[in-house]
Design a protein around this ligand. Structure first.
Ligand SMILES: Nc1nc2c(ncn2[C@@H]2O[C@H](COP(=O)(O)OP(=O)(O)OP(=O)(O)O)[C@@H](O)[C@H]2O)c(=O)[nH]1
Ligand SMILES: [Mg+2]
Ligand SMILES: [Zn+2]
Length: 378
């Protein structure tokens, strides 16, 4: 960007012209690229304006992130610049990558190369649900496996209620993805090498995202790479991310893990123990009656063990205050894929339960009557 960061001062904020609402899609130091409807009358085409902050906002050090919805004025159609005058309220923020107002996370896995791991996919799904966001699954590299093994894979996660799509970025078989992306802000997540960047390039070759090499990881601590950008694709906005190598759960009560496994949800209210962990408790309705694939239940037990250990560690810290700091601050939280601000967390659990109850309703349709499902959703 040749223009210096002071462009805002050159513009007269008292003569703002039309004010439009747009989305921050990229940020490089003090310049924010805002995607908004063009200023020219009669056009609906969107333009990305290089924007600076109104001086007052800069003084107040207003925190603006990629994904934020902002009001911009002083639209200059020639230089494609504008001035951000207001940040609208966020619905959520994802810390890694740092993006606001995310509507969904699409977990991309390869059917092969790297070898498909249901445990790793389960881990991504659980983490996303802990953040309160809807998840969808894309199985890429369908060209590498037989139709039979592909449909078994797709079917097993679709049966849980997740939207699932099979693609091949290599063969340009990606059109179906558009229906998932339209009108939404989506983050692509998944292990390294599964084809996240390739999929986005296949949808829009102009993107030329780097493929086939291990991309720079989102670091930890002070040097965390804050690079994040949203690409306009398929009528929505999409963020590519580098593959995650380290996925830790945030603090989450072990007895609430079951709510993140849609096939367990309908049975949880029938367990005699209110805080049943569906492990070794007697007369557990989940263990006795839910239809859970063995790999899924293994994932459940693994994650349960991790949450219990984390919980025990927190409890053994000397004071409650200390343990709270340990659980939410510093390097550990920086490594988490999805962590939401503490004040959002309780809210998100409620939302999560509600959505999972809906998922379970779909998955278990016919097994339970509506009244029971209504009870669960409240
Ligand atoms: N056979 C096959 N190979 C694919 C397909 N999609 C991507 N690849 C290849 O898989 C490799 C990894 O693709 P990327 O798009 O870089 O994967 P990524 O998920 O973005 O990886 P990171 O950025 O490291 O997280 C590249 O060599 C791609 O050419 C596909 O549908 N089929
Ligand atoms: Mg990539
Ligand atoms: Zn139980």
């Amino acid at each position: 960007m040749a223009r210096g960061p002071d462009v805002g001062d050159l513009l007269d904020p008292n003569a703002p012209g039309p004010v439009v609402t747009g989305v921050v899609v990229r940020r490089i130091s003090n310049v924010f690229w805002v995607r908004a409807p063009g200023a020219a009358a009669g056009t609906t085409a969107e333009t990305e304006y290089a924007c600076s902050l109104r001086a007052r906002m800069r003084k107040e050090q207003i925190d603006i992130r990629v994904g934020d919805r902002v009001r911009i004025s002083n639209l200059d159609g020639v230089n494609v610049t504008a001035l951000i005058t207001e940040v609208l309220e966020r619905t959520n923020t994802l810390p890694r990558p740092p993006i606001a107002n995310v509507d969904q996370v699409i977990v991309v896995f390869a059917a092969s190369q790297p070898e498909f791991s249901s445990h790793l996919l389960d881990r991504f799904l659980v983490l996303i649900q802990m953040s309160g966001l809807p998840a969808a699954v894309v199985i890429n590299k369908r060209d590498l496996v037989s139709e039979d093994s592909l449909s078994a894979l797709v079917g097993s996660y679709r049966a849980l209620g997740y939207p699932v799509m099979a693609t091949s970025a290599r063969q340009g078989d990606v059109e179906g993805l558009v229906s998932l992306l339209a009108g939404k802000v989506t983050v692509f997540a998944g292990p390294s090498g599964v084809g996240k960047s390739s999929l986005l390039n296949a949808l829009d070759p102009r993107l030329s995202l780097k493929e086939g090499e291990v991309s720079s990881r989102l670091g930890t601590g002070r040097h965390t790479t804050t690079f994040a950008s949203l690409h306009a694709i398929g009528g929505g906005l999409v963020a590519d991310t580098p593959g995650y190598s380290h996925l830790e759960f945030p603090d989450w009560p072990p007895e609430e893990l079951g709510w993140l496994f849609p096939e367990m949800v309908p049975w949880i209210p029938r367990c005699p123990l209110s805080k049943c962990q569906h492990d070794s408790e007697p007369d557990c309705a989940v263990k006795d009656r839910a239809e859970i694939a063995p790999t899924r239940f293994e994932s459940y037990l693994r994650f349960l063990d991790e949450l219990r250990r984390a919980h025990d560690r927190a409890m053994s810290s000397t004071t409650k205050v200390e343990s709270a700091t340990k659980m939410t601050g510093g390097g550990e939280s920086a490594r988490r894929l999805v962590r939401i601000d503490a004040d959002q967390r309780e809210d998100s659990r409620r939302v999560t339960r509600q959505r999972l109850a809906e998922l379970a309703a779909k998955a278990a349709s016919g097994e339970l009557d509506e009244e029971e499902l209504d009870d669960m959703a409240t």
